[in-house]
Design a protein around this ligand. Sequence first.
Ligand SMILES: Nc1ncnc2c1ncn2[C@@H]1O[C@H](COP(=O)(O)OP(=O)(O)O)[C@@H](O)[C@H]1O
Ligand SMILES: [Mg+2]
Length: 292
Amino acid sequence: MSETPVNDNRLTVLDHSRLRAKAAKPGAERGHISVRDVDIVFETTTGPHAAVKNANLTVRPGEFICLLGPSGCGKSTLMNSIAGFVPPTSGEVTIDGDLVTEPGPDRGMVFQQHSLFPWKTVKENVAFGPLMAGVGQNEATSVARTFLSLVGLAAFENAYPNTLSGGMQQRVGIARALANYPSVLLMDEPFGALDAQTRVMMQENLLEIWSEFRNTVVFVTHDIDEAVFLSDRIVVMSASPGRIIADINVKLPRPREQSLLTSPEFMALKRQCLDLIRQETLNAFQQQNKAG
Ligand SMILES: Nc1ncnc2c1ncn2[C@@H]1O[C@H](COP(=O)(O)OP(=O)(O)O)[C@@H](O)[C@H]1O
Ligand SMILES: [Mg+2]
C-alpha cells in the first residue's frame, strides 16, 4: 500500500493542556531520566552474560537523545531498564526522582516490530491507553483522533492494522504511545524496518510532533545518519558489553529537514561518530585477537 503524506488533515486547534495536566505530577519536573552506575548481567545457560557495563546517563526534560551503537551492544537492554522491563543488576534508574521498578504510563514505548492489537481498529488501538487510564469512551476516541491526525492517519481510523503498510503501522504505534501523554518516549529502532525514503519522512514527522509536545525522547538506533538528524545529543555505546564511550552534542538548528543531510555541519558530526565507532570496532577486534 502506498504511503499517504504525513500530516494530512492536521488539526489546527489542539487542546492537550487538560489531559497533559492530568498526566503530570503536580509541580514536578517531567521527564528527567537518571541512570546511575548501571550494570546489567543476564544469567544464561552458558553462565553470566554482561550486556551493559557501568552506564551513567542523565537526560534532561524535553531533550531528544539517541543511543547509538553496533548491533548487540546493549542499547535495547539499557532502554529496557529505563522502561522498567529489565531490572539493573546493580545501580539504579530514576525518572523524576522516582526509582524505576516496573513499566508505567509516564513512559511510552515504540518498538521496531509494531505491537498493535490486530483485532482492534487503528482508532481503538490508540484509544486503548486512555481508556485503561480511566478516560471515558468519547474522550478516548477524541484523543485517538487527535493523535491519528498528527501522524497523518485520520482517514484510516477504522482500518485494521494488517491492511496498512509498515510505515503506517509504525505511525499508529507512535500515536498510541503519545496518547497517554507520556513524559518520556522510548523508541527502539522504530524505523529500522522501513525503506529509506519512508524513514526520512517518518523522522521529519516525529520531530514535528516532538516540537509540539517536547517529551523527553530516548531513541535507539544503529544508524548514524538517523542519530545525527534527530537528536540533541548522541550517546555512543561500545561493542558488547555496552559501555557509554561518548556523548556528542548535536547543535544543528531546528526545525530539521531532509536538506540538512547534505550540509557540511551534518557531515562533520557524522564523521565524528564514524571515527569513534571505527576506533571502537578496531579495539574490540584487537581484544578478540589477543584473547584468541
Ligand atoms: N534476556 C536476555 N537474556 C540473555 N541475553 C540477552 C538478553 N537480552 C539481550 N541479551 C544479550 O545482551 C546483549 C545486548 O543485547 P541488546 O540490548 O538486545 O543489544 P542491541 O539492542 O544493542 O542490539 C546481546 O549479546 C544479547 O544477546
Ligand atoms: Mg536492540
